[in-house]
Design a protein around this ligand. Sequence first.
Ligand SMILES: C[S@@+](CC[C@H](N)C(=O)[O-])C[C@H]1O[C@@H](n2cnc3c(N)ncnc32)[C@H](O)[C@@H]1O
Length: 278
Amino acid sequence: MGADYILGTHRQELERLRLQHDLWRPLCQAAWGRAGFGLGQRVLDLGAGPGFAALDLARLVGPEGRVLALERSAVYVACGQELAAAAGLGQLELRQHDLLQEPWPRGPRDQPEAGFDRAWCRWLAMFLPDLDPWLQGLEQVITPGGQLLVHEYGHWDSFGLHPHGQAIARFGAACQQSFRAAGGDPDVNRRLPSLLAARGWRIEALQPLPVLGVAGSMAWAWMEDFVAVYGPQLIALGLWSAADQAEAEAEISTSRHDSGSFWMAPTLLELRATRWAP
Ligand SMILES: C[S@@+](CC[C@H](N)C(=O)[O-])C[C@H]1O[C@@H](n2cnc3c(N)ncnc32)[C@H](O)[C@@H]1O
């Protein structure tokens, strides 16, 4: 993966991430509730993008808490900083940080900044070619007894538009190929629970979060938007063609007029684990 994020950091992708968070917000909020996120806590957001979830987390921990949102893209960090300032959320710090270069944030005197009660990770681990340094980093900064909450995919093959999405099925396969070619693993949450357990974390919860969208729903808009934004990137990578994209768009139009047609998202897995207390 290059210096930036494989899907790009242009305006269209930023807006896609905003819509994505609007769609997933109720599921996030329920998950944060299950994981006991709350007032006064110190929370780490890993690979925060433009900070849409981090803003919600900052409201959740309140002015007595702290959210440190780490993100590699300077463009996203600047956007998130503007949003945080406009919302008056002084408890939220967005910091440019590449978790591949350095798996943990630094505090004063260059030590790892420790003492986080909770860490939130959504759609970051799937882009990391090597998970071990990152897991080691988490152990440096999450307080013993603190929790890690992960929303990453576990079954990308479930992505599809039914029943008219033959090109969309090929699109899903090309997406997975692109993530793998960049060193990532689209189904990373098949491996993470076992990796954490082997390091002594207690696995508290593991559950699938399926999303389905019929025409006119937010989930439909999100998946249609994904094809529009990522199709050109796949073409640039040589994994897709303009003809494939036109075919996919035609299938989406046909499907829009079939009230029995629906999208399935790649199945997300929620993973919650507690750091061992020595
Ligand atoms: C799909 S977005 C998800 C953003 C956010 N977590 C959310 O759920 O809305 C993935 C983000 O991970 C960031 N990212 C990828 N690799 C990273 C790394 N090594 N260090 C920090 N951020 C990274 C990308 O720049 C991008 O903003």
